[in-house]
Design a binder for this molecule. Structure first.
Ligand SMILES: [Fe+2]
Ligand SMILES: [Fe+2]
Length: 443
């Protein structure tokens, strides 16, 4: 009889107990559950390989490996945030998870890594724009053919070089958001034919390169674990202009706009700010004067930065970041873009392991943007660690007034972060300045 989470995932044969249907995980099962590394309990078994820190095309461990304490420590050290473990109860996930997506992302990561390494060594090295374009087109074609792929938001998770993983992830998110907003792209780019206006590969390219200017910022400032001084902030704030000079003329104008203006806020704040001309400073770029690709990049950039592990902060759960963005980033984002973003980014991605307010552990099994923080869940474990049996492990729709909500994701009490479907004009927060604002400066 299972009495801990680790027991629940210990590979074993089915063990019928009376008439009840037993909970079991079977060695050969492909069914998966998303678990944060700190929540791993030996001997859970990995359902997907875990990539090497320095090279995502190689693996630290293969799938089917049983997690030990040593492996768990190693994964935490290199910055792996989540892994997939086997769980027969979640068989249905197999229908919507496709490892192809990870392969396409890795191709892009490999490309950006090669190019950025060369640029770091050779100041005037040329970027391989065509290979970027081709790998982004491959990812775009994949996403177009796989409408449910976004539910997993499978980030590249390699901590050794934040700039590379962040660039890859922002690019991926921007493609998803751009596809969702195709009608808006047509509206906001009236000089182009509809077909050309909604073409998002240039958006993905701009996002892939959005922080390229950071290659020219001293590492000591970029990776400083403590708070930046005003002077250091000023140096970092140069990276959009530096990046723009690096790519201007070599990539499509729309992509270069992302590099220059991804820190430009909808309300006109942000940077790089207007350039004085003839002794006068024009008004700051704001609203729809900012290129729509840059507006899309801004929200993807802030979100990815805050959900990623940094040298000066831990990764936050998506629900926390989405909630904080509503409270503290008022005026940053184009409201139309923000609305669409909240529809495609689940606060609790499918497969996430959570604890409910009644103490049951459960897996998130569906996402409905109308009730973003009240997903359907499937209980898999009683509060005492016992595996749930039928009928207790039937799916529960938390939006149906069942008196339950999500309490913990991993160690984090997420109740303060649960939010309703976003209103078009979020209320201004009275809680004042918050670290998310400053972290977005370093995004
Ligand atoms: Fe940036
Ligand atoms: Fe960024």
């Amino acid at each position: 009889m299972a009495n801990s989470l680790s027991d629940c995932f210990r590979p074993r044969m089915h063990e019928p107990i009376g008439d009840a249907m037993p909970y079991s995980c079977v060695v050969d099962s492909d069914h998966m559950l998303r678990v944060r590394v700190q929540d791993l309990r030996p001997p859970m078994r990995l359902a997907r390989p875990v990539a090497m820190p320095n090279n995502p095309t190689r693996y630290l461990v293969q799938r089917d490996v049983v997690v030990t304490d040593a492996l768990k420590r190693r994964m935490a050290e290199i910055g792996v945030e989540e892994v997939w473990i086997r769980c027969e109860e979640l068989a249905f996930l197999e229908d919507v998870i496709d490892p192809e997506l990870g392969e396409r992302q890795k191709e892009i990561y490999g490309n950006i890594r090669r190019n950025f390494e060369r640029l770091s060594r050779v100041a005037d090295a040329k970027l391989e724009f065509e290979s970027f374009r081709s790998s982004l087109s491959n990812l775009f074609d994949y996403l177009r053919a796989t409408p449910t792929g976004f539910l997993f938001l499978d980030k590249v998770q390699i901590f050794d070089d934040y700039l590379l993983t962040h660039s890859t992830n922002v690019s991926y998110l921007s493609l998803l958001l751009g596809m969702k907003l195709d009608w808006y792209l047509i509206k906001e780019r009236p000089s182009l034919t509809p077909i050309r206006a909604k073409e998002v590969v240039s958006l993905g390219l701009g996002c892939l390169l959005h922080d390229i200017g950071k290659l020219r910022i001293p590492k000591g400032i970029l990776d400083k674990p403590s708070r930046l001084t005003a002077e250091e902030m000023e140096v970092i704030r140069q990276h959009p202009s530096i990046g723009y000079k690096m790519v201007h003329g070599s990539i499509p104008t729309a992509s270069a706009q992302v590099v220059l203006n991804h820190h430009q806020r909808w309300d006109g704040k942000g940077y790089p700010g207007p350039t004085p001309m003839n002794g006068e400073t024009p008004p700051p770029l704001a609203g729809d004067k900012i290129h729509i690709f840059a507006r899309i990049a801004t929200i993807c950039d802030v979100f990815d930065a805050a959900t990623s592990k940094r040298v000066y902060s831990d990764a936050k759960p998506s629900v926390q970041v989405l909630s904080e963005m509503l409270k503290y980033n008022v005026g940053c984002f184009d409201p139309v873009v923000q609305q669409a973003f909240y529809e495609i980014v689940p606060p609790f991605p499918i497969g996430t392991l959570v604890t409910l307010t009644n103490g049951f552990r459960a897996a998130v099994v569906d996402y409905d943007p109308i009730h973003p923080c009240q997903p359907k869940v499937k209980p898999i474990q009683y509060p005492d660690g016992e595996a749930c049996r039928y009928p207790d492990n039937r799916e529960i729709d938390l939006s149906k007034g069942v008196g339950l909500q999500i309490h913990f994701q991993g160690e984090v009490d997420v109740r303060p972060f649960l939010f309703d479907r976003i209103p078009m004009a979020p209320e201004k927060s009275t809680l004042g300045h918050h670290s998310l604002i400053s972290s977005s400066v370093r995004a």
